[in-house]
Design a protein around this ligand. Sequence first.
Ligand SMILES: C[S@@+](CC[C@H](N)C(=O)[O-])C[C@H]1O[C@@H](n2cnc3c(N)ncnc32)[C@H](O)[C@@H]1O
Length: 361
Amino acid sequence: MAECLTNLNLACVPPLPDHVARPWDAADEYLLLETDGDSPGLLVNDRFGALFCARPDWQAWTDSDSARRSWQANATDNNLSWSPKRVLNHLSDLAPDTPQALIKMPKSFDQLCYWLDQIAAVSPDASLWLAGMAKHIPVSWLKYLQTNSGEYHQYPVRRKARLIQIKHWQGSGVKRLSGYKTQSGLTLTGLPGVFAREKQDIASHLLLANMPAATNHASKPGAHLIDLGCGNGLLALSFKQLWPDLMVTAIDDSQCAAESCRINAGQNELDIRVIHNDSLSGLSLNADVIVCNPPFHDGHRQSTDIAVRMFRDSAEQLVSGGELWVIANRHLPYFAQLKRCFGRVKTVASDPRFNLFLCIK
Ligand SMILES: C[S@@+](CC[C@H](N)C(=O)[O-])C[C@H]1O[C@@H](n2cnc3c(N)ncnc32)[C@H](O)[C@@H]1O
């Protein structure tokens, strides 16, 4: 099977630094080695398109818009047909009686259980193949999977990757929506896997406490604010609540985050636009203000690549004089990165763990 991947021309899209730029791992290889490529199946959570290109007739779904873009780029590079029908909008759109699903394990166990619940609801007899790097899969996950499946088979660890096959998933007790109330009275819920779904992220306090008094633009009627990497919509909805005339766009790469944000806008009766999108790729949105609590992980890998891309995209899409507000852990080297994209950058507030930066275009 390894030939099957090495025969393909695969790349990480958008490109990553050379030392991490490998578009598949040993868990992808294990999945392809042990499963039957001749019968139909579903691919879930393929990061860059290695599985998508190796099983070109299968259906596929991922939560991530940037992963979808990478699939498309790699499929095109390998002259594989790109049919939107292959890529499911939702897991529940899966063809009934799909005999097998290959699932790259996500970072959140609740999210994994939620995916299994959805697949089993449509295809209860499917073989579910789960794989990931062994160091990322706690024993408690394995025990839970075994207890909640009619059949469970654990393969030996191979090249540090773990593979599990289960059948007749009996369902998990994971709540579809769960959340909290903010100090300002917003009710925020999130689907499994959404960042800070149960409790407000501590970094956001510093931004919410300091930005409103210091911004020159957001309080102007009709101004346009983007919440880049919106999660459950905490920042977008807090600012819309504070300044009802503000036009607000919330953007997230994660479909479940974008869906949660939409649900929260509805239940708090706040009119904002929500877009499921990788950073600002392909969008043209003149913004007066962008607020960003950027991710510093890509899956399990700690990385500033996505944040830096968000800073560059923001510098392009802000109006002249527009503001980018960034809240970040103090250990991250963002000041220098922001300086490369913006003429004026200052630290507006700090606490022992976080800095709040204001960048003016
Ligand atoms: C640290 S969380 C912040 C969430 C929310 N704004 C808050 O303050 O609670 C970062 C968010 O960025 C999203 N994200 C990661 N990569 C992204 C990308 N390429 N484009 C847009 N959003 C992304 C994640 O899904 C996550 O919801």
